[in-house]
Design a protein around this ligand. Structure first.
Ligand SMILES: C[S@@+](CC[C@H](N)C(=O)[O-])C[C@H]1O[C@@H](n2cnc3c(N)ncnc32)[C@H](O)[C@@H]1O
Length: 290
């Protein structure tokens, strides 16, 4: 296939999310995903194909390669190609107090039920660059629970985790994040929590005290603790039904009885294994209770 026809194919994909790869491309994508899994242990085989295809074709085009097979060859032999492809396959879009009403409901309805626990363990599964994690750390601080809260933040993407650990977010986003914080029931002036330079807002190191960041892959790694709250928001939306069932089992096994799971606004508990039952605690905000 010529570069011109690749460009045409890619333009088509950009315009139409529901782009279906042809039969040959499907075979090549399967080979690429098998290679990624067999050599590096990254398992994308159960991810929704349309967005995966779009991203694979984007990387192929960006590397000026004629076929997905050529991309596979590069990825198998060169760590640089692997890292760039992994970065494309991990969708890191996030913000502080994303869906503010979720955080408001969490503060008003969930926090009172956590208050009497001797220790509160929260897991952010798929934390991306950490915006959701710092949002939670501030919320628990304002509720007077920071000292006994331990927050574990994990993602499969090492680069995203490094960024998360820094707690530095673009200054230009702070106006939007301040609005979200106030809508989420924030109790102070948001700027009390960070210092700035001309480019970034640096969240205060004291927020970091109870945070643990670690690489963890929801598809291939197991449970590592028992939690009172697990937020896995806007992650499973990229998984097919079978993979959603697998990850729901992992989450359910990692939740204490009475614990809470929070999902993203477009996610549901529809594709859970039949033996898992949650109380619909606040279904509108996608908060469920074990
Ligand atoms: C769209 S972000 C969501 C961030 C945040 N939870 C939020 O709702 O704003 C999705 C994150 O899930 C991570 N992710 C995707 N597949 C994963 C997996 N198998 N294991 C762990 N993290 C994964 C991606 O790397 C990305 O950082």
């Amino acid at each position: 296939m010529s570069i011109k026809s690749i460009n045409q194919t890619f333009d088509l994909i950009e315009e139409n999310d529901a782009f279906e790869p042809n039969e040959l491309q499907q075979i090549e994508i399967n080979l690429l995903l098998d290679g990624l899994y067999q050599l590096y242990g990254y398992d994308f085989r159960g991810y929704v194909r349309s967005s995966l295809t779009r991203r694979i074709l984007y990387r192929m085009k960006a590397e000026r390669l004629p076929t997905i097979t050529a991309l596979l060859e590069k990825v198998l032999h060169d760590q640089g190609y692997l890292e760039r492809l992994l970065n494309d396959l991990s969708i890191r879009m996030t913000e502080m107090y994303r869906d503010p009403s979720f955080f408001a409901a969490f503060r008003e309805q969930v926090v009172p039920l956590l208050r009497d626990l001797p220790e509160i363990r929260i897991w952010h599964a798929g934390c991306a660059t950490g915006e959701e994690v710092y949002s939670m750390a501030i919320l628990m601080l304002e509720e007077g629970l920071a000292a006994k809260t331990r927050i574990y933040a994990t993602d499969m993407n090492e680069k995203a985790l490094l960024a998360a650990q820094k707690g530095a977010f673009p200054l230009k986003k702070m106006q939007q994040y301040t609005k979200n914080y106030l809508k989420a029931g924030g109790k102070k002036s948001f700027s009390e929590y960070y210092t700035t330079d001309h480019q970034y807002a640096y969240f205060r190191p004291n927020l970091n005290k109870n945070l643990t960041f670690a690489q963890h892959n929801l598809v291939t790694d197991g449970s590592f603790n028992e939690f009172h709250v697990i937020l896995c928001r806007n992650v499973m939306i990229y998984f097919d039904n079978t993979l959603q069932q697998q990850v729901h089992t992992l989450i359910h096994n990692s939740l204490a009885d009475g614990g809470f799971i929070g999902l993203g606004s477009k996610e549901s508990i529809l594709y859970m294994p039949k033996n898992i039952k949650y109380q619909e605690f606040n279904p509108q905000e996608r908060i469920y209770r074990k």
